[in-house]
Design a binder for this molecule. Structure first.
Ligand code: FAD
Length: 287
């Protein structure tokens, strides 16, 4: 049992902003369904470089106002000027938004970091604290399986520590399918004196080819035995989902029993896959 167990458990669901008004309406219905489970917060992703600026903004405000669940915008710094970032902070504050997931973001290929005024997430956290004081609760990203651009685990961990020292209150991990990678990361955080809640990011398995593509890009490892089994199911979506639910539920049980301070579900805007996992967990595990 690690010191993460000292924090009270929190649960959250992540969405991405939709492109159309019809999509936004459907997403709101999904948020309303999930709100019945009284999560601690929702979060809404942001396209680095501002590609979803207005949609993220309206999705966050709609979700919070219509469900009563605190909703956090993701805010990435690469590709946005300081002035644009500050404008967003002021707008969120004026709309009673009081938490933010602060990220570097991934720019489309061809757009280099050199053009960015704020280059790393630790600089963004510092900017938020300088400009808005303690108004926002700030979550940052963590990578138990190492960020794909980091030279090694130790360097990445030290860069994670910079974000905590800059004023992050909590972290959400990139998704993973090995509870051991999370526990190892937590042990190493503890050894560096990092003491904030680090919530495992949970990706339900619903579609193998998309998951494989995305996992390769973001550096999340699908264990060979899971990959092989999913491959063997081919187009049999029902079996993929049944097996995926079992694998991810078992991992969540281990995480919570081992002291993880809650779970953050990457819903991909669908309630059912996350709720299936949630409902498989016993009440005592969730507390
Ligand atoms: P950073 O913490 O800045 O790290 C990026 C890389 O730089 C790492 O390799 C790190 O080791 C290194 N590094 C960090 N600080 C320094 C420094 N000061 N000097 C030198 N090197 C440094 N992307 C989006 O575009 N929109 C989203 O909404 C979004 N939501 C996400 C939510 C979660 C929970 C997670 C885990 C990821 C999300 N991402 C999102 C992806 C994220 O933006 C990418 O993983 C991005 O490549 C890194 O972002 P970061 O905030 O972790 O960056």
């Amino acid at each position: 049992m690690n010191t993460q167990n000292e924090f009270s458990k929190r649960y959250s669901f992540e969405f991405f902003p939709t492109k159309t008004d019809a999509g936004a309406e459907k997403l709101l219905a999904t948020a309303q369904q999930l709100a019945q489970y009284q999560p601690d917060f929702f979060s809404v992703t942001y396209g680095a470089g501002g590609s979803t600026r207005n949609r993220t903004l309206s999705t966050v405000i709609d979700a919070q106002q219509n469900t009563g669940i605190p909703t956090a915008p993701h805010l990435s710094c690469v590709g946005d000027s300081k002035e644009e970032i500050i404008g967003l902070l002021d707008h969120y504050k004026a709309n009673d938004i009081n938490r933010i997931v602060a990220l570097r973001g991934d720019l489309p290929s061809g757009m280099g970091l050199a053009n960015s005024e704020v280059r790393y997430a630790n600089e963004l956290v510092s900017l938020i604290r300088e400009h808005s004081g303690d108004h926002f609760e700030i979550e940052v990203a963590a990578y138990p399986e190492v960020h794909p651009q980091a030279p090694n685990f130790e360097q990445d961990l030290l860069n994670f520590k910079r974000k905590v020292e800059a004023g992050a209150d909590a972290a959400i991990t990139q998704y993973f399918f090995s509870a051991d990678s999370y526990f190892h990361f937590i042990d190493r955080c503890e050894s560096l004196g990092i003491n904030i809640p680090i919530m495992p990011g949970i990706m339900p398995i619903t579609n193998y080819s998309k998951l494989a593509r995305f996992s390769d890009a973001c550096g999340a490892e699908i264990p060979r035995w899971v990959r092989k089994q999913l491959e063997a199911y081919g187009d049999d979506i029902e079996s993929i989902q049944r097996f995926g639910e079992e694998v991810v539920t078992r991992m969540c049980e281990r995480l919570l029993q081992g002291g993880a301070p809650g779970l953050h579900f990457y819903t991909l805007n669908q309630a059912a896959p996350s709720l299936a996992i949630w409902n498989n967990l016993s009440l005592s595990e969730r507390r």
